[in-house]
Design a protein around this ligand. Structure first.
Ligand code: FMN
Length: 177
């Protein structure tokens, strides 16, 4: 069955339709000039450019951490594994103690990072753009750390895992002829 459009506003239809579009899950972090750590869960993270190496993430202008990211000279993207849904929930909440339960450490570049994340990209803030009720943060990637571990998938407002077990990683990817 194909549902073309739900009743209600475009914004409601879009929200409902996009719930059916799967994404990876990242936590984006930074530290401000006073040494306070900030972070939020993001599904809007994506790659932007290979040369120069740019990535982007969109941040709601109403987020408590918005001023810190607008002022930040650098920030980090942590791609979460399938067993890190609790961490994603914490960083999607508004508590001021998001970092406390988790083994974060400050990287040499000054970003709070999580050693066990599948992907750690450390970025220099390249520029920001207005994006409606969000700001688009563009970062130039300065370091890449990557571990082959099953990713968290966000789909229909819940966290999922790929249908592969840990011992099947790295997944065998078959190119279609
Ligand atoms: C799976 C998931 C993905 C999210 N993606 C984004 C995102 O890309 N951008 C955003 O601004 N908020 C996103 N949010 C909401 C923020 O993580 C949440 O509002 C966060 O608490 C904002 O930080 P604050 O405590 O500084 O306000 C997402 C939440 C979840 C659960």
């Amino acid at each position: 069955m194909v549902t073309v459009s739900a009743p209600g506003t475009i914004a409601e239809s879009l929200r409902e339709a996009l719930a059916w579009y799967p994404s990876g899950v990242a936590v984006v972090t930074t530290a401000d000039v006073d040494g306070v750590w900030w972070g939020f869960t993001a599904s809007s993270f994506c790659s932007l450019s290979a040369d120069p190496p740019l990535v982007l993430v969109c941040l709601a202008q109403t987020a408590q951490c918005h001023p810190a990211f607008m002022a930040a000279e650098h920030w980090a993207v942590l791609g979460l594994g399938h067993d890190q849904a609790e961490l994603a929930r914490t960083f999607a909440s508004h508590v001021r103690t998001k970092f406390e339960p988790w083994p974060f450490e400050l990287s040499p570049s000054g970003n709070p990072v999580l050693r066990e994340a599948g992907l750690v990209l450390e970025c220099r803030s390249e520029r920001t753009h207005d994006g409606g009720d969000h700001s688009i943060l563009i970062g130039r990637v300065e370091s890449v750390r990557h571990r082959q571990r099953p990713p968290a998938i966000y789909f229909r407002r819940a966290f999922h895992r790929l249908h592969a077990t840990q011992d099947q990683f790295p997944l065998t990817v078959r190119a279609d002829d």
